[in-house]
Design a protein. Structure first.
Length: 145
């Protein structure tokens, strides 16, 4: 597992007539947090696309616990839970400034060929970056080849 934290302020256009963050924005928040996790281990989404792959979301699940509003400082705790074959799973926990959990989510994505949209095994450079990051976190658990 790889974890990353990403903080941001809620923008005014993200709120609805009730003065709270509209539910549709959570997908955007989690997508940004997911790519910030990847960027943190040395992979940009552009590099994935440039290599001929895309990562569409094939499943998402949200659990709304508390509301939040304009200008709130939020922090997403993102976890790369698993990567297997063509699929990759992430979990998210979203906290407000009082460190209260306000939302939990999970997404499942699939690596696909950019042109044909056919499922494709995770690119080697992605797997390598994930493994290198895990090794940095747990040098005791290195495997020898």
């Amino acid at each position: 597992m790889i974890e990353h934290q990403y903080s941001f302020r809620v923008m005014y256009p993200d709120t609805d007539q009730m003065g709270t963050v509209h539910h549709s924005n959570y997908a955007k928040y989690y997508e940004t947090a997911r790519w910030e996790l990847f960027r943190n281990i040395g992979i940009s989404y552009k590099s994935v696309e440039d290599a001929g792959f895309m990562l569409p979301v094939i499943r998402m699940n949200f659990h709304f616990l508390k509301t939040t509003s304009y200008d709130a400082l939020l922090t997403v705790h993102t976890t790369l839970k698993e990567i297997k074959g063509v699929r990759i799973w992430f979990t998210y926990k979203l906290y407000n400034e009082q460190n209260e959990l306000i939302n939990k989510a999970e997404t499942e994505l699939a690596f696909v060929d950019k042109d044909s949209w056919k499922p494709f095994a995770a690119p080697e450079f992605v797997l390598k970056a994930i493994e290198e990051h895990k090794t940095k976190l747990n040098p005791c658990c290195q495997t020898t080849k």
